[in-house]
Design a protein around this ligand. Sequence first.
Ligand code: ATP
Length: 354
Amino acid sequence: MAQIRIENVRKDFGSFNAVKSSTFTIEDGEFFMLLGPSGCGKTTTLRMMAGLELPTAGEIYIDGEEVGMKPASQRDIAFVFQMFALYPHLNVGKNISYPLISQGMPKAQVKKKVNEIAEILGITDILNRPVGGLSGGDRQRVALGRAIVRDPKAFFMDEPLGALDAEFREHMSEELRALHDRMNATTVYVTHDQLEAMQMGDKIVVMNHGVVEQFGVPQDIYDWPATKFVAQFIGSPPMNFLDFHGMVGTGETHVDFGGASFEIPKMLNGANGALTFGIRPEHITLDDAASYRGEVAAVEYLGTTQIITLDTANGLVKARTASSDTVKVGQKTGLRFDPRTVSIFDAENGKALT
Ligand code: ATP
């Protein structure tokens, strides 16, 4: 088990700065997600923690010991790759036992350990099967078995479910999370899929262009995004943004745009000037009596809810309402915003005001 801390870690590839100075802590036993779009630096960050890439600057601690310049082999960690390479000429049991045999563990102990792991992963009945004919899910389980059999301090996974189809992916992500909850080993997991990160992670780091935009528990990241980038990247459909001119009131902030004027019950430092009002689709209700108006441009039926696109003075706004609400394209209606769930961003630098 391990706590992992990175402090002011930076990575340059030649003159290209792939990871800007990053600092965060992964607590012992956490399932920790590194999330962001392609090229944001999440794999590079993971590889530095694992010892597969050396940081250009900064420190990496595993259980308080600085390991930044140590190779992976000296960090007692296990890596699960997307394109997991199993030994094709060995059967399932031998693939799993390989790391123990190469460590010189006595045969009887190896057998006991492999049986334990097979039990946890539900693959006892295929231990003697060649890996060649296995399904994607079973191959993934064998790869996991091989990673966990050594009881490493931490697991590092880079998009491990990326190669699986959508349905199977969901099933395996539930299995992985359940496995983690049984073993409680620190796990660092790279993904570009915000839903996967929200569903599986205890904590999430959101990265963009090599910068850590936010670090926290999924609910805080969803409810209180630190930047417009995070607000847009997390949530589907993403948060709506409406530009307005704000004023600092005494104990509240006054919002004024396109016919709507109301107070947000929180005082925002520096809320004076060009600001962006952010609201999630589920925090908008349609109410004919509301003064802020829009025309329904599209209705997307999603089963229990529907996404309604409204054309407003500030551009298109999406609302999520119950499918039982009858709404027709072309209909004019009022929009009511729940002022308690609003985020306000500095329009220039995209940072949330608190
Ligand atoms: P993806 O999901 O596409 O793998 P990522 O967020 O994991 O993206 P990284 O793989 O960490 O991103 O790459 C970050 C940036 O660093 C990218 O622009 C990438 O091209 C660059 N990069 C990564 N490895 C190297 C390398 N060995 N040499 C040069 N540039 C690299």
